[in-house]
Design a protein around this ligand. Structure first.
Ligand code: R5P
Length: 223
């Protein structure tokens, strides 16, 4: 079995009739959306907000009713993947560039469930390059500021020959921190830099982590 599918399908079981939910982005969230779509065709009533254009398209394909944030003041549940998850349920997200919308949706959900295969579980965050979303205006100066502040490799994310542009019209810098000793401290520092819109460190947001395995097992950790 596909471990991402195992985790995604298990998370879908948390979705109950009448809920307003957040749909994550990526190859693991794909399976949660697929399963929720099946449940909707079976009669489940939900309304959803997608965290990316890609997930929005997927939700439409599966006839999951989409709403805008102006229609609700919070979500009951959000389900999303991660690039890394540590034992404290802190995450690196944004490998697919959707970190800003993902964080907004997660922050406004009563429950935030992270789904992943076991390859995403790490002792310390930082092997995966940390995505940092920055505004295009004077991005070279923001990049310089980051380079002066942290002695680690920074790389502007590319899409072919062009700079990668997020769903929000911003750029992404990927930072190879190696080991992030204190995700909370780094998260605060990065947010304080003018030009940085958001970063992929999710600290103190996750309620539940569901790890899927190829033999069909899941491991569930709750806050
Ligand atoms: O921007 C992308 C998201 O943060 C994804 O949730 C993350 O990159 C994990 O994606 P995947 O499940 O495809 O590994």
């Amino acid at each position: 079995m596909n471990a991402k599918q195992v985790a995604g399908y298990r998370a879908a079981e948390f979705v109950k009739d009448g809920m307003t939910i957040g749909l994550g982005t990526g190859s693991t969230a794909y399976y949660a959306i697929e399963k929720i779509g099946e449940m909707v065709s079976g009669g489940l009533q939900v309304r959803a907000i997608a965290t990316s254009s890609a997930s929005e398209e997927l939700a439409k394909k599966y006839n999951i009713p989409l709403i805008s944030a102006s229609e609700v003041d919070h979500l009951d549940l959000a389900i999303d993947g991660a690039d890394e998850v540590n034992p404290q349920m802190e995450l690196i997200k944004g490998g697919g560039g959707a970190l800003l919308r993902e964080k907004l949706v997660a922050m406004h959900s009563d429950k935030f469930i992270v789904i992943a295969d076991s390859s995403k579980v790490v002792a310390s965050l930082g092997q995966f390059k940390l995505p940092i979303e920055i505004v295009p205006f004077t991005y070279e100066w923001t990049l310089k500021l980051l380079r002066n502040r942290y002695d680690v490799p920074f790389e502007m994310r590319k899409n072919g020959d062009d700079l990668y542009v997020t769903d929000n019209g911003n750029y992404i810098v990927d930072a190879a921190f190696g080991v992030i000793e204190s995700p909370a401290t780094l998260a605060e520092e990065l947010k304080a830099i003018t030009g940085v819109v958001e970063h992929g460190l999710f600290v103190g947001i996750t309620d539940t982590v569901i790890i899927g395995f190829e033999d069909g097992r899941t491991e569930i950790n709750e806050k």
